[in-house]
Design a protein around this ligand. Sequence first.
Ligand SMILES: [Zn+2]
Length: 112
Amino acid sequence: MKALSCKTFEKEIDSFFDDDLDSDDLEAFLAHSESCRDCREELTIRLLIREGLKRLEDGRAFHLGNEYDRMLRTAKNRLKRRFLLQKIAGFSLAFVILAIVTVVVIAIFVLL
Ligand SMILES: [Zn+2]
């Protein structure tokens, strides 16, 4: 997994909120948010600005700690789902190749 600098992390926060990071970037982003206290604070503040203002408008209560946990949980689930899909896609490809090889081998035996 690639390591993220704090500067890159900060730049990617908006993409993270918009779900614009690819799986590798998202994984690195989440790992950095867990290992770096400063960036976690930055992310929390950005979440507060982003979600807090929205909530003020529609008048619903806003609990920063809960929202933060929920946001990270959602992102992790998303990442897990994506990796799973990649794995399934990988398996399917391997299966298709295996099927083709099998057909070719059978065809060779039948023709000989
Ligand atoms: Zn950092």
